[in-house]
Ligand binder design. Structure first.
Ligand code: ZN
Length: 242
């Protein structure tokens, strides 16, 4: 099967539409969403509707879902994120909140483990930026592959007998016996200085993981953020990729 993996959409409809359009050409068999559909962006409702329509094999909860649902203290978030969460609460209806409430923190399925932040205390939403961060998750990993999001920075961390290395490039072949932690980056608010929307494809027959980027109409998403009265920085940062 070929799986499409998306994360950290953050209410950015233009970015999500561009990713889904790119994925149509990829002939994927299933979709996986690993959290933060909402928060920051101006289109949480439309993004929820689109993700719901994908019939994902599973949805994983991100810190922004938990923030909106009141399951995570708002002190966890910076001021911009907090403001966006409070705004998001005012626009979502009971049915949409119920959908977000159905998300789980961790899923282990076949050769895959999925979590938004990291495997140590998933409910605390720790970040994986470095191979040291990834190491703690690798130690707890019972499958060959773990996909994460949350940092909005892509990275492929591979472990051979506990030794870490960071894969260069955007593609990796899964070796038997190895363990891999893959950060798939963010659809709607990349922070690795590349503003293009990020997503991943995993082919479990060829055993290959690939990170992809796609352009989208950023200015349109920025205008919606400003029109909604959300913080100006949330519009600025998406064109800067940070
Ligand atoms: Zn996020």
């Amino acid at each position: 099967m070929r799986y499409a993996l998306i994360s950290d959409i953050h209410g950015n409809l233009e970015a999500l539409e561009a990713v889904l359009e790119a994925l149509l050409r990829e002939k994927v068999d299933g979709y996986v969403c690993i959290g933060d559909i909402v928060g920051y962006g101006a289109d949480p409702k439309a993004c929820i509707r689109l993700v719901q329509g994908l019939g994902c094999d599973c949805e994983i909860a991100g810190n922004h879902e938990w923030g909106v649902l009141g399951l995570l203290d708002l002190d966890y978030f910076n001021e911009y994120a907090k403001e966006a969460i409070l705004w998001t609460r005012t626009v979502l209806n009971e049915e949409e909140l119920g959908y977000l409430r159905s998300f789980r923190l961790v899923l282990k399925t076949g050769r895959l483990t999925l979590v938004h932040g990291s495997l140590e205390a998933p409910q605390e939403f720790h970040y994986i930026f470095t191979s040291e961060d990834a190491y703690y998750t690798m130690k707890l990993l019972k499958t060959a592959l773990c996909f994460v999001g949350h940092s909005h920075v892509t990275g492929i961390f591979s472990f051979d007998k506990g030794f870490a290395s960071i894969a260069s490039g955007n593609k990796i072949k899964i070796d038997h016996g190895g363990k891999y932690v893959v950060n798939i980056g963010s659809v709607g608010q990349p922070r690795d200085r590349d503003p293009r929307a990020s997503f991943a494809i995993y082919d479990d027959v060829k055993d290959v993981v690939e990170l992809r980027r796609v352009d989208y109409p950023i200015q349109k998403a920025q205008k919606k953020i400003l029109d909604a009265g959300l913080p100006v920085w949330l519009a600025e940062r998406i064109s800067q990729g940070r």
